[in-house]
Design a protein around this ligand. Structure first.
Ligand code: AMP
Ligand code: GLY
Length: 422
């Protein structure tokens, strides 16, 4: 198989790392990739939103399968572009069709979908500019904190949780007047759920499904889960509080009805479903759907997945996922992200990294890095995920932390308290 993988983060390095272990994978190309993916395959400078450019590359390089890391190409319809093109229609794209990707691309759509299938989630109302006055009155009747969600993709910044009615009303008005561009033309106002979050990953070929290892990520920049939201500062797998009783509820009340909903709506969905869940009084509720793997969750989920990932992708593309058996490493895996000073606000790039060669008991998944003259330089906010195994998550975290201390670059920051609430 010749595989083209789209994306450039730690998640994509984890995909590349798995693919490079597969005897089925002949050639691996990553567009655009990073300094880490370059050690597993060949980075190619393609614009992942330019489908015509991707088409030329796929035909010239005899690509057999395209695996999509981030949501944007999916929400823009890369699956449909391939399916409707005579020269590409036999090249499977791993990821849902544009319709299926609306589960992530539109919060409002996700809520309607969940209501149709009776999937447990927070109660909500939605408003647009024409119903602004009604929205302000609605907020006034709610008990804070108040959850506001821009309907469309807003690079992970479209959810606001406000402590007072006044602040919520102010933000609500700003959202509807274009704070998040067209993504905020519609705003979902949701009941606040108080609980602990976890992430479930499901792989489907549209007919059957397989559940991958469960994970939990840490989104805030500061220790004790304080400060601004980031793309994710660390993750652990498995999640100790997600026991069999809770997972059975997730499977019966969330996963099965989600697959049923996809089938009833007739979505072409061959890819990952990332279900963001929250446990409230030992019951699971859905916070959100994503149509892709999580980052940094992939950096702990794939290290625990014993299967050949290329074989799983092939089975998804061919619609034979039912024949596969997921095998999971019993060990725990944890990851800690090294980030650039200032992230998630302004930060500098181009800092030389030191100490990478001395690390042999963790897996280093590059995210924002690039290589220049044999040196590895920082090239983003989230720079590198340090993944380790252990008999339990605490033992694994000790190894990740030790190595996070050893790797050096100017402005380096990481959270030392990943897993603090478990
Ligand atoms: P989302 O982009 O929908 O995952 O939301 C981002 C984060 O906001 C989630 O990971 C939660 O921490 C929080 N959040 C979203 N919706 C709710 C809710 N209804 N109640 C409490 N927290 C929420
Ligand atoms: N870690 C959360 C995400 O990938 O959206």
């Amino acid at each position: 198989m010749n595989i083209l993988l789209l994306g450039s983060g730690g998640r994509e390095h984890a995909f590349s790392w798995k693919f490079s272990q597969s005897p089925l994978c002949e050639k691996l190309f990553i567009a655009p990739g990073n300094a880490g993916t370059a050690t597993c395959g060949t980075n190619v400078a393609l614009n992942i939103k330019d489908f015509d450019q991707i088409k030329s590359f796929v035909l010239e390089n005899e690509i057999n399968i395209v695996v999509v890391g981030p949501e944007e190409p999916l929400v823009l319809g890369i699956y449909d572009f391939f399916k409707n093109d005579d020269e590409l229609k036999n090249v499977p794209v791993i990821g849902p069709s544009k319709e299926g990707a609306k589960l992530e691309g539109s919060k409002s759509f996700g809520k309607v979908f969940m209501a149709e299938q009776n999937i447990p989630t927070a109660g909500y109302e939605e408003f647009e500019a024409v119903t602004l006055e009604r929205g302000l009155k609605y907020i006034a009747t709610q008990t804070p904190p108040i959850v506001l969600k821009a309907d469309g993709l807003a690079a992970g910044k479209g959810v606001l949780i406000l402590p007072t009615i006044e602040e919520a009303q102010k933000e609500f008005k700003e959202m509807l007047s274009g704070k998040f561009g067209s993504a905020g033309a519609k705003v979902v106002i949701e009941e606040f759920l108080d609980g602990i979050e976890f992430s479930v990953f499901v792989l489907t070929d549209g007919k059957s499904y397989k559940v991958l290892p469960i994970a939990k990520d840490y989104k805030r920049i500061g220790e004790n889960d304080e400060g601004l939201n980031t793309g994710g500062m660390g993750a652990v797998s498995p999640v100790p509080f997600v026991d069999k009783v809770l997972m059975d509820k997730v499977e019966e009340r969330v996963i099965k009805p989600t697959i049923k909903g996809i089938q009833e709506r007739g979505f072409d969905y061959k890819g990952f479903i990332f279900i963001g869940l929250i446990r409230v009084n030992n019951e699971p509720y859905v916070i959100e759907y994503n149509c892709r793997m999580g980052d940094p969750e992939t950096e702990v989920v794939f290290p625990r997945l014993k299967n050949d990932l290329a074989q799983l992708m092939k089975a998804v593309g061919e619609g034979t996922l039912e024949n596969e058996t997921i095998e999971i490493d019993e060990r725990a895996a944890t990851t800690m992200f090294l980030v650039s000073g200032g992230y998630p606000e302004a930060y500098e790039k181009g800092k030389e990294m030191h100490g990478l060669n001395a690390i042999d008991d963790s897996i280093l998944f590059h995210a924002g890095t690039r290589e220049e003259d044999g040196k590895i330089l920082t090239n983003g906010g989230r720079v590198m995920a340090i993944t380790s195994y252990g008999d339990d998550f605490k033992a694994a975290l000790e190894v990740s932390k030790k190595n996070a201390e050893r790797i050096e670059f100017e402005g380096k920051y990481f959270r030392r308290d990943i897993g603090f609430d478990l």
